[in-house]
Design a protein around this ligand. Structure first.
Ligand code: C2E
Ligand code: CA
Ligand code: CA
Length: 780
């Protein structure tokens, strides 16, 4: 990542560009320099050759002048004439040393050496360089390069006249390492004299070259002649080979050489300076580039870091807007984005986790909080308690007072719940009229006072628009860890406790394993129920529905009883719901219908026209064959359809409203009476019931129990009765236990009453006995 950062790339690009430019100019300068150097070297060699030749000429002239002075010397001529060899030799010596000549020879016209300063013993021997004397004879003097005793000499020959020529003076400078050193000093070149070697080519006569390079020369002659360039030892030279002349022992050449390294030395120095400059420039560029890039990318990096943290959910960062540059604008956008995301996320969180109506946490949030609380309790070893609360008769409030009022009830209940618990407790609305309370660090046994306090808060009616409204609720509680260890089970336990509380019509219950056990018992009962139907363990009881107008008891509800051979009496509340869940209820209904219709027929034959109500379940209503089955049963028993009433619950209608409605219509068309059972506990409204072909409305027990003492219950019952009548329905009140309630119901205009106040459900024989007694009692 870091390697490819923007700053890195900026620095690399610019430094790279600079490096390329520097390298190119460096190469160019080097190539040009090399070429110039070689040209310079060639020129230097040319100049060197000229200088060298002039030097030789000067020495030649010096020798000539010296030799001429000697030739005119009187003493010399005298000594020649007197053949005084000793004086001759000393004259030669004197003149020679005056100009530092290394060799002076006098030879006669007979070409015999008469005196020789180098080797006096040579006197009497023939003079070797006849060609020089021949040339001197023609021009009055000659010069040449010759070897004497293996040494190389530059020689001049002049005649000695008296006045005719009487002999020849040869004077010479030796050419040795000292001479070449002088030549090098003047010309600046390496100077090497080469002569013929007997047998193998050339041999070095004198040289300024170091010994090793001098030795290497012999093998390089062809190269030297051909290209004028050679590598000697480990040094490169530009060279020039010059022929000086032919000596007796062959041609004598001089090799002028210029060391390339020497020529290039200033170039190299220049190149090093250049390279150093380039490096310095690069370094400066790198540093400056890094600073500049840093300055450009630093704010970008800051923004990137901020964006990273936004991604991780941190929306509280301070973003410096900086300037008006693009980066400043970017920072501005980022700041806006941060706030926008934060707001939106907060909104989403609220939407997802909050109940809109009450502002309380919703089910999702409650589950999270419960999970967290359980985790905390696991570590701390503490307990916690969960309560579930469900309002009674809430749908009726909605129906009779309207939804806006229902909403206000829910809001108020939520508020009161929050007031009733501690600050650390959580109140949530799970759904509809269901609330939950989480009590952390509280054992379920210790929660009883809380349950009481919550119930206490319902003791004061709600005041909505100055109207008192009485609200009641059922509650179930379960505790961690004794009842369950995970949230879902804990909620299920509390739910089961609530369900049990409602079924038992208690204000609240704390979960116990028996509840679960009861549920399991139901399951095993179910298997036995099937045999019960076949073996006639079921019995029907009849409970009268007494008309308030004339006290007649010509209607009754058939209620099933199961007399189990071992368990004894099993309440229908225990097995009916489970038979419904498994579908076996159809068999039960068949049995009840058959038994009830048969009983109506029997009573009819004995002169009693009793209209009997039979309870139907959800599944029965969804059975299209039901009307035909009922019709054939009625026909078999000879019972007019008007003597049979079918009680249905609202939930039975909800499953598949179209199909249920169709079945109901067919039944009603057959002439049967139809009743809505348990009215007020379900969710359907009177507006919906208006569309059903029913004849009777049975107000649920829940509204009746406290009717005599509770104003708002009375209000609801009053409006239900009024609405029922307006829809042309008879209204029956269930579960009436005392005469005070009977009187209230009479005042409110209720049609019939069913309840212990008149009679409990009774077997057919008991019913007949009760009925007879009742008729006598109420007969005018
Ligand atoms: P339900 O249809 O609401 O029946 C009325 C219940 O109220 C009966 O309970 C009855 O005994 C009880 N009851 C009557 N008067 C009073 C009173 O003054 N005070 C009190 N506290 N209770 C009173 P039961 O017989 O235990 O039946 C319970 C439920 O079982 C019935 O409620 C009904 O939903 C169901 N059920 C009973 N028999 C049948 C049946 O044959 N078929 C079907 N599908 N369901 C049945
Ligand atoms: Ca009923
Ligand atoms: Ca009922």
């Amino acid at each position: 990542m870091r390697r490819h950062s923007l700053a890195f790339r900026i620095v690399v690009v610019f430094s790279g560009l600079l490096a390329v430019v520097l390298l190119a100019s460096f190469v160019l300068v080097s190539v040009v320099n090399l070429r110039i150097s070689r040209q310079t070297a060639a020129q230097a060699l040319e100049t060197g050759e000229r200088v060298f030749r002039r030097l030789l000429d000067q020495r030649g002239e010096q020798l000539t002048v010296g030799a001429q002075v000697l030739a005119r010397d009187f003493g010399l001529r005298d000594a020649i004439a007197t053949r005084d060899n000793e004086t001759l030799l000393s004259a030669l010596d004197n003149h020679g040393s005056r100009i530092h000549a290394d060799l002076v020879i006098f030879s006669g016209l007979d070409n015999i050496i008469q005196a020789d300063t180098v080797n006096p013993a040579r006197a009497g021997q023939p003079y070797p360089f006849g060609s020089l004397i021949a040339a001197a004879g023609k021009r009055g003097g000659s010069t040449g390069i010759e070897r004497v005793d293996g040494r190389l000499y530059q020689l001049v020959v002049v005649p000695v006249r008296a006045p005719i020529v009487i002999g020849w003076v040869t004077m010479g400078f030796e050419i040795n390492d000292r001479t070449v050193a002088d030549l090098r000093a003047v010309s600046g070149l390496q100077v090497t004299f080469l002569g013929d070697a007997p047998g193998d080519g050339r041999r070095v006569l004198a040289s300024t070259l170091p010994a090793a390079q001098r030795d290497a020369l012999g093998g390089k002659m062809t190269e030297l002649r051909a290209v004028g360039r050679a590598t000697l030892g480990d040094e490169d030279y530009e060279t020039r080979l010059v022929l000086l002349g032919d000596s007796l022992e062959g041609p004598v050449e001089v090799l002028l050489a210029r060391s390339l390294a020497e020529i290039m030395a200033p170039v190299y120095r220049l190149q090093i300076t250049l390279a150093m400059l380039a490096f310095a420039a690069l370094a400066v560029c790198l540093l400056a580039g890094m600073r500049l890039a840093g300055r450009i990318t630093q704010p970008l990096r800051q923004l990137a870091a901020i964006a990273d943290r936004i991604q991780q959910g941190d929306y509280q960062q301070a973003i410096n807007r900086q300037d008006q540059s693009e980066i400043g604008q970017l920072a501005g956008s980022l700041a806006h984005m941060q706030t926008a995301i934060a707001e939106r996320e907060a909104e989403i969180r609220t939407l997802a986790f909050q109940d809109r109506l009450t502002g309380l946490p919703n089910r999702l949030r409650f589950n999270q909080l419960l999970d967290d609380a359980i985790t905390a309790a696991q570590t701390s070893g503490e307990s916690l308690t969960v309560l579930i609360l469900n309002l009674d008769r809430f749908q009726q409030i909605n129906d009779t007072l309207g939804h806006p009022m229902g909403d206000r009830v829910l809001i108020e209940v939520g508020r009161r719940l929050v007031d009733a618990v501690r600050d650390e407790d959580t109140v949530a609305r799970l759904s509809g009229d269901e609330f939950a309370v989480l009590l952390p660090a509280m054992a379920v046994d210790a929660a009883l006072p809380v349950l009481e306090r919550i119930h206490g808060m319902f003791d004061h009616p709600l005041q909505l628009d100055g109207r008192p409204l009485d609200i009641r609720a059922g509650m179930g509680a379960a505790g961690y860890p004794e009842h369950a260890r995970v949230s879902i089970d804990l909620l299920r336990c509390a739910d089961l406790a609530l369900y049990r509380a409602k079924a038992a019509r208690q204000r609240h219950l704390i979960y116990n394993s028996g509840m679960q056990h009861a549920r399991e018992t139901h399951l095993s009962l179910l298997g036995e129920l099937q045999t019960a139907v076949q073996q006639n363990e079921l019995k029907l009881c009849y409970q009268p529905k007494v008309a308030l107008a004339d006290s007649s008891a010509d209607e009754a509800e058939a209620l099933v009883r199961w007399i189990h051979p071992e368990r004894g009496f099993v309440s229908p509340g225990e097995f009916i719901p489970f038979a419904e869940q498994t579908g076996y209820i159809k068999e039960v209904t068949q049995w009840v219908l058959r038994a009830a219709i048969h009983q109506i027929g029997v009573w009819l034959q004995t002169g009693r026209a009793i209209k009997v109500s039979v309870n139907l379940s959800t599944l029965d209503l969804l059975d299209p064959a039901l009307p035909t089955a009922v019709a054939s049963l009625l026909e078999q028993a000879g019972v007019p359809p008007a003597l049979l009433c079918l009680e249905i619950t609202e939930s039975g209608l909800m499953e598949d409203p179209t199909l249920a409605l169709d079945t109901l219509n067919r039944l009603r068309n057959m002439g049967l009476a139809l009743a809505i059972d348990d009215y007020g506990t379900g969710y359907s409204s009177l507006a919906y019931i208006r569309r059903l072909p029913v004849t009777e409305l049975k107000i649920d027990r829940a509204f009746v129990i406290e009717l005599a003492h509770n104003e708002s219950d009375a209000q609801i019952v009053q409006s239900t009765i009024d609405l029922g009548h307006r829809l042309g329905l008879k209204v029956v009140a269930e579960g009436v236990e005392d005469h005070a309630t009977v009187e209230v119901l009479r005042r409110l205009g209720c049609d019939r009453i069913q309840g212990y106040v008149f009679a409990k459900p009774m077997l057919a024989d008991d019913f007949v006995a009760w009925h007879t007694a009742h008729q006598q009692k109420t007969a005018p």
